[in-house]
Design a protein around this ligand. Structure first.
Ligand code: ADP
Ligand code: MG
Length: 322
């Protein structure tokens, strides 16, 4: 009995120990469970958040996909348009290349024909040129001969020539009181002097030529022109007008106006010289020097000077030299 009692007591001790152990274990388990629960709820929360995020990203990416799709659609439409334009451009190019090929062919043929024609023409020109060269050589010879003869004629006519020009009465002057009595064919002029009697009342002068009142500027120049042309052969020529104030020097040398008919000797002379030198510009080159002065009261004035005081009056002598 005692043994049994002790055994029972032992068994009861074991039971209480086990119970205590169970209690400790169950507490631990409880604690563990609570922890786990907490963790689970945290995990759940975290996962729902993640899920939401993922959902949001999904919608975003869907949107992007849609956008990209529409954009690519537009792009592809644009490209197909471009491709069409390019294709039609290429077709056009092909057509024009064909045209160009055809026209270049015909141009080539034309060029060939032209080349042949030119070859003929050039050989003809060569022949003509030879003729021209011969002619030019002859021309030089003939011109030199011509110039020699011309200058000889001028010398025979006299290197110094004196002409007399009678100017008409000016408006308001008495036309009856002329001192010119007679003008001959060969340069004679008879001047009357009413203050003297008989033979002394007349005086005859002789010039190379007399220009009467009606003679034009052009006619006066035509007699001087050959002398002016000697300038082109290197001769110095001097023309001067002499007479009292109002006798017509300026009229004869420069002319009364700007029109070509009015031109006096010096304008006409220069015009003639430059005209001829221009015509001969391929054969000769000329250098022309001109001087224009007046002598008044024994003072020489340069009429081509820019100094106004130098050219104020034109009186007794007008002088033009080349
Ligand atoms: P000068 O220069 O000798 O002093 P001008 O040439 O000025 O003289 O001439 C004096 C005037 O006579 C001017 O009015 C001019 O127009 C006139 N005259 C001169 N010669 C002629 C002419 N041949 N025909 C018409 N008028 C002339
Ligand atoms: Mg004058």
């Amino acid at each position: 009995m005692v043994r049994l009692m002790r055994e029972k007591e032992n068994a009861e001790n074991t039971v209480t120990n086990l119970q205590q152990e169970i209690q400790v274990m169950s507490r631990m388990f409880e604690e563990y469970r609570e922890q786990m629960e907490e963790k689970t709820s945290q995990m759940e929360e975290h996962l729902t958040l993640r899920a939401k995020e993922a959902e949001f990203l999904l919608t975003q990416s869907k949107k992007r996909v849609e956008e990209v799709e529409t954009a690519s659609e537009l792009q592809s439409q644009l490209w197909s348009k471009k491709a069409n334009t390019f294709r039609s451009f290429m077709d056009n190019q092909k057509l024009s290349i064909k045209d160009i090929r055809i026209s270049s062919q015909s141009i080539k043929q034309e060029m060939f024909a032209l080349q042949m024609k030119w070859r003929d023409e050039i050989s003809n020109i060569g022949l003509d040129l030879k003729g021209l060269v011969d002619a030019a050589e002859n021309y030089h010879g003939v011109l030199a001969e011509n110039q020699k003869l011309f200058n000889e004629v001028q010398e025979l006519k006299g290197n110094i020539r004196v002409y007399c020009r009678v100017r008409p009465f000016l408006p308001g002057q008495d036309g009856k009181s002329t001192a010119v009595d007679y003008i001959g064919e060969n340069g004679e002029i008879l001047i009357s002097n009413p203050s003297k009697q008989g033979k002394d009342g007349y005086r005859m002068f002789k010039f190379n030529k007399i220009f009467n009142t009606h003679v034009s500027q052009a006619e006066v120049f035509s007699d001087i022109q050959p002398l002016i042309r000697s300038v082109l052969d290197g001769f110095n020529v001097c023309i001067f007008a002499y007479g009292q104030t109002g006798s017509g020097k300026t009229y004869t040398m420069s002319g009364p106006g700007k029109s070509k008919e009015d031109w006096g000797v010096n304008y006409r002379a220069l015009n003639d010289l430059f005209d001829i030198s221009l015509k001969r510009r391929n054969t000769f080159s000329y250098e022309v020097e001109v001087q224009m002065v007046e002598i008044y009261n024994e003072q020489v004035r340069d009429l081509l000077s820019n100094d106004i005081a130098q050219k104020r009056n034109t009186r007794y002598l007008e002088y033009f030299s080349t």
